[in-house]
Structures are given as C-alpha cells and as structure tokens.
Design a protein around this ligand. Structure first.
Ligand code: GAR
Length: 202
C-alpha cells in the first residue's frame, strides 16, 4: 500500500471525493492516512473527523517561519511513513523543507488548464477573460504557484450563460473524477518524472 497524506485548506470536497473513491475500492493501492490543514477551522477538518482520518491541524502563524511550520509537518509525515502528498485546495506555496524529501511525490489539482489562470480564483479568472474552454490540471508540485510538470488535463467548455457557480459546479465534477484516477495511478507507481516531463505508464 501507498500511504497518502492529503493537504487542504478549505471545503475539502476533493478530499471527500478521494475518501469516497477509496471506500469504493477505486484508489488502487493508495490509502489516505492523514489530513494536513493550515486552517483548523476549515470544513475539511470536520470531514476528516467524520471519516475517522487523523488530522494534523497547524496554524502557520504559530510558527516563526514557513520552514519551521513545514518541518513540523514533515516530521509527522515521516512518523506515519507517508509516501505520497496530494494537495487538494491547499492554498500555500511549498518550500524545499517539504519539496526536497518528497521530490517527485507531491501532486496538486488546479481548476484551469495550466499554465492559464494559476493562483486564486482560477474559475473567476477564466470567466473574466472570456475563454471558451477551461478545465482541470493535475501536476507535480514545485516551488511555484500552480507550476510544475503536468500529469493530466481535462477540458471543460464555458457556456455563454455560465456564472461562476455553474461553471465551478461542472469543473468540480471533473475534479472529483480525475483526481482519484490520477492518485490511483500515482499510488500504483505508474506516474514518474523524466526531467521536466511527467511520464505515465499503463
Ligand atoms: C479545488 O477546485 C482545487 O482545484 C482548487 O481549490 C479547490 C478546493 O476545493 N485549488 C486551487 O485553486 C489551487 N491553486 P475543495 O476544498 O472543495 O476540494
């Protein structure tokens, strides 16, 4: 089994979708062993409790630096023998303290076709720009904001009558399908890195 930690800051609907996939036997050899959140009051923390998944809830502002905050996280990941880190709406940049020990083993999901519309409110950015096609990207994490080698992308058409809510609804549905698929392949060792390119084997 591949032991997974999910990092999330907010609602945690992707976290919930991953748990559901695991319960349905669709996470392959992956097992979610820990939630890490930088916002103890977030809904995702409640979801972890309801699902019986241990949570590490730390406020970055209680630490003297981002590095010390992450060092505490890394210690917990190592205590729990976590192999893969899955960011699901974790709204912070990652430093080398976490990136170095988990090189090639941290992935993120983002609600746009990267490199378009990185950062916050990708769905609002796409609507404001007026693109006809947006979507979802899963990628390896590096030190940047929503950068790093792309693993998978799926397009979502923008309709003339879309609002932020209707478009977000369709994008989230795609996320809930795509992320478990990628996490399952990742846990099975089918996703790798060759220089700057993600590689996927069947
Ligand atoms: C998701 O749509 C995820 O793609 C996005 O945050 C949302 C979290 O929702 N992530 C980013 O924008 C990363 N830059 P959730 O908490 O309900 O899973």
């Amino acid at each position: 089994y591949s032991r997974i930690a999910v990092f999330a800051s907010g609602q945690g609907s992707n976290f919930a979708a991953l748990i559901q996939a695991q319960n349905a036997g669709k996470l392959g050899g992956g097992r979610i062993e820990l939630l890490v959140s930088d916002r103890p009051e977030a809904l995702v923390a409640q979801r972890a409790e309801e699902a019986g998944i241990p949570a590490l809830l730390l406020r970055p502002k209680d630490f003297a630096s981002r590095e010390l905050y992450e060092a505490e996280i890394v210690a917990e990941l190592q205590r729990r023998d976590i192999g893969l880190v899955v960011l699901a709406g974790y709204m912070r940049l990652i430093t080398p303290v976490l990136l170095t020990p988990y090189a090639g083993r941290i992935i993120n999901i983002h609600p746009s076709l990267l490199p378009a519309f990185a950062g916050k409110d990708a769905i609002g950015q796409a609507l404001d720009y007026g693109v006809k096609l947006t979507g979802v990207t899963v990628h390896f994490v590096d030190g940047g904001m929503d950068t790093g080698p792309v693993i998978a992308q799926r397009g979502v058409a923008v309709e003339a009558e879309d609002t932020a809510e209707t478009l977000a609804g369709r994008i989230h549905q795609v996320e809930y399908e795509l992320y478990p698929e990628v996490v399952s392949a990742f846990a099975a060792g089918k996703i790798g890195l060759d220089g700057r390119k993600a590689t996927i084997s069947e």
